[in-house]
Design a protein around this ligand. Structure first.
Ligand code: BTN
Length: 247
């Protein structure tokens, strides 16, 4: 992955560029990186702030032969790859909050956005967007996210080489992606559960329509959170915001 790359000093969103390149038919593994994004996209139509010189903003194009229902597995796989890369490159032990926030000391340091170009039963491309707060200092964090976000430099106490971290992320992503293509999701699921802070705890899953409190039993093959409510009914949560009891 990342053998072919497109680099921008500044762009709207690497995700938008990657969608265009995927449609134009670039090879699998194509990487889009930007030093700065002016209009970064987050999950659930939120904004994602990135800072010139301090953030990692990258999108990778994959072309797995999957059904659309299976693509959340790649989101979970990406979170594992990023946690492993951060550990290797900085020594910091991050954990994952379902589905794909990567946290250090309970604060968000990485956001992952997986989007597909697909028709009802065939995925053409999956665009994996990864945004990391790397060399932000406390005063650099936007006021909207101060208190809930952190950076690798803040947690480590020194700056981190962004290019080196991107290379390690690509290597980890490639290793896990190959494992996934040969062995399926079960090994990835086990790794994800090991790094997760949500499984085996009580939490609230909030969506625009409902809020369910329960015990997080694990994740399904489709990457859904399996949440057992107080009546013992197990809900499959496809998309929600999670509030952990400890927060
Ligand atoms: C989230 O936690 O809401 C996901 C944030 C994803 C941000 C990354 S940065 C690189 C790529 N380009 C974007 O515009 N978004 C993703």
């Amino acid at each position: 992955l990342g053998q072919e790359q497109t680099y921008f000093e500044s762009t709207e969103s690497t995700q938008i560029i990657a969608h265009k390149l995927a449609q134009e038919g670039v090879n699998e593994g194509h990487l889009v990186v930007a030093n700065e994004q002016t209009s970064g996209k987050g999950r659930l139509a939120r904004k994602w702030y990135s800072r010139a010189g301090a953030s990692i903003s990258m999108s990778v194009i994959l072309r797995p032969k999957l059904s659309p229902q299976e693509t959340p597995q790649l989101t979970l796989l990406t979170a594992v790859a990023v946690v492993r890369a951060i550990k290797k490159q900085t020594g910091l032990s991050a954990d994952i909050k379902w589905p794909n926030d990567v946290l250090l000391n309970g604060k968000k340091v990485v956001g992952i956005l997986t989007e597909m170009q697909a028709d009802p039963d065939f995925v053409h491309s999956v665009i994996i967007g990864i945004g990391i707060n790397v060399n932000h200092h406390a005063t650099d964090l936007d006021s909207e996210i101060l208190g809930i976000a952190t950076s690798l430099a803040i947690e480590k106490g020194s700056d981190v080489d962004r290019a080196a971290l991107i290379s390690v992320i690509l290597l980890e992503l490639e290793t896990l992606y190959e494992l996934y293509l040969t062995d399926g999701f079960s090994t990835i699921r086990t790794l994800w559960e090991t790094h997760s802070n949500s499984i085996g705890t009580y939490l609230t899953a909030k969506t625009a329509k409902s809020s369910i409190y329960g015990f997080a039993k694990g994740i399904s093959d489709e990457g859904c959170l399996l949440l057992e409510d107080q009546l013992g009914e197990v809900h499959q949560i496809y998309s929600a915001d999670i509030e952990l009891m400890s927060n």
